[in-house]
Ligand binder design. Sequence first.
Ligand code: CP
Ligand code: NVA
Length: 306
Amino acid sequence: MSLYRRDLLSLADLTAGEITQLLTLAQHLQDHPQPQLLTGKTLGLFFRKASTRTRVSFLTAMYQLGGQTIDLNPSAVQMGRGELVSDTARVLSSYLDVLVVRTFAHSELEEFAHHSTIPVINALTDQEHPCQVLADLLTIQQYWGVLTGMKLVYLGDGNNVAYSLLLGGVLMGMEVCLSTPQGYELPPAALDLAYQLNPQAKITLEPDPRQAVAGAGVLYTDVWTSMGQEEEATARQRAFHGFTLDEALLALADPKAIVLHCLPAHRGEEITHEVLEGPQSQVWTQAANRLHAQKALLAALLVPGF
Ligand code: CP
Ligand code: NVA
């Protein structure tokens, strides 16, 4: 693997082999802490949206690997007063070693990457959330011991998390079933890209969640209203009726199936309290794995030969 000095804007930027090596490295760094690995390195966090897990796990990952983070609150830097992305990216590249961006338009992230000479990491855009899915794949692999051939069912909104999950799933040879209500499917470009990444990809679209979950080893859901869509919340609650991941739906999956949710969760909407806190939920391990997966990513991007 040589991810050294590369960007991670999409899971499509990685090969299956690179993902496998990142997951192995994540497990290694979890078992064998390396407190000096990133000594002298600085990460910049530019976030236009709220974040608990991604923000804190990147900060902690840098700290535990010996590096440091600068929190670039958009309203505290000159971009909040109109400085261009291109100028900001060029200047930040001369101070920082890596830039982590959470924003709305995916094109803004691409613009940061285009004008930066340091690696740029997607910490969530309206289109994709690749760091989340690295932790998700790690969680599935830790539980099942394998990814290839597993049936992964995603229930709910065809959003940024679903997009990255589809790409990550097909890259790793998983069978991906997407169960989304009419009008809330993933864009055709996501499916085209998935087949481009794996021409043998097994993807099914099943709008009936009860049919979708049959035989699933992994059930995944996310909020019905993502950040930036708050005005659509009422209409979305109506459209997603029947998509709540509850005990009745879970009972139709493989009896050993695990439940994942990237969090934050809205109990009683996309998932019930009972399922989120139930014995099949791996949600808290999944959240903890954000730290380990991102440590691996930072090591691979910032240390030659890692
Ligand atoms: N799952 C996730 O990315 O959470 P945050 O929005 O809290 O970072
Ligand atoms: N789809 C959600 C994910 C949050 C981590 C959102 O974009 O708000």
